[in-house]
Design a protein around this ligand. Structure first.
Ligand code: NVA
Length: 311
């Protein structure tokens, strides 16, 4: 059974295929109806959500299916009943499980015991659906992915940084993480991204130097300095120099675009003039969540049924 638990679950060819399906579905939202019936997809959240719940619900409906929204905290996954038992139950009610939770190991356990594809809707370690949306957005705006220099500034140890490393390396991009000491990505993820980049012609840089990260790059991204489940007290001041201001953007390519997965905190990780200015593509990113997630569902459902995606 194929799952989508981390960005490097997709080969470069598979990632490109999913982005192509997403672009086609963006043009023609009802072109593919693999969930017609409707077939149910379980969509569960242990953490807050806006874009993920709404984009999965809308996308599943457009594919002809029914989004079965399950409140993970009400279900008490891993407490009231084990992750394995939840996987067994939902696998009998749905054709795919979409889950936002805390530890990546919980999602991996869900996948292990699920007889349907399991999709990562954000964990503490990765946010791979968001990175696909960002890649589609970059492709739309810059016309290519391979060879694009991409900088992410801020908390280099969070889910977005890890997913950018893996997802952008898979796309053959030059991914640069600019983060303060103590907030660099997991060395194991950096190593995985490095191996992928060596194959795709991309590269991976992790640096404390803002100039090294940003100079000449064609896309700049950031994320909240306090991720869901973290305590804000005391951790924000170290990130202040990495805030994306117009001054920081001036070191990037003059045509560079600005990305943010949202929610955004204006005046903290990004200045209002940047996120609300002409270089910002954040609303395209938010919309593209729906298109790429539909493509992931189409791809994994076809794999589960042992058929080719017809499109
Ligand atoms: N790093 C953020 C991403 C939100 C979409 C968090 O985990 O809260």
């Amino acid at each position: 059974m194929r799952h989508f638990l981390a960005d490097d679950d997709l080969s470069p060819d598979e990632q490109a295929q999913i982005l192509a399906i997403a672009a086609k579905l963006k043009e023609d939202p009802y072109a593919l109806k693999p969930l017609a019936g409707p077939r149910c997809v379980a969509v569960m959240f242990d953490k807050p959500t806006l874009r993920t719940q709404s984009s999965f619900a809308a996308g599943i409906a457009e594919l002809g299916g029914y989004p079965m929204i399950v409140d993970g905290r009400l279900a008490g996954i891993g407490e009231r009943e084990s992750v394995a038992d939840v996987a067994r139950v939902l696998g009998r009610q749905s054709v795919a499980i979409v889950w936002r939770t805390f530890a990546q190991s919980r999602l991996e356990e869900m996948a292990e015991f699920s007889r349907v594809p399991t999709i990562n809707a954000l964990t503490d370690s990765y946010h791979p659906c968001q990175i696909l949306a960002d890649l589609l957005t970059i492709q739309e705006r810059l016309g290519r992915l391979a060879g694009v220099s991409f900088a992410y500034l801020g908390d280099g140890a969070n889910n977005m940084a890890h997913s950018y490393l893996l997802g952008c390396a898979t796309a053959g991009m030059h991914v640069r993480i600019g983060a303060p000491a103590g907030f660099h990505p997991d060395p194991e993820v950096i190593a995985r991204a490095g191996v992928i980049a060596a194959r795709t012609g991309g590269s991976v840089t992790v640096t404390e130097s803002i100039a090294e990260a940003v100079t000449g790059c064609q896309a700049v991204a950031t994320d909240t300095w306090v991720s869901m489940g973290q305590q804000s007290s005391g951790r924000e001041s170290v990130f202040v120099p990495y805030g994306v201001t117009t001054e920081l953007m001036s070191h990037a390519d003059p045509e560079a675009i600005f990305l943010h997965c949202l929610p955004a905190y204006r005046g903290k990780e990004v200045a209002a003039e940047v996120i609300d200015g002409p270089q910002s593509v954040v609303w395209d990113e938010a919309e593209n969540r729906r298109h790429v997630q539909k493509a992931v569902l189409v791809f994994l459902d076809a794999a589960a049924r042992g058929v080719e995606v017809e499109w």
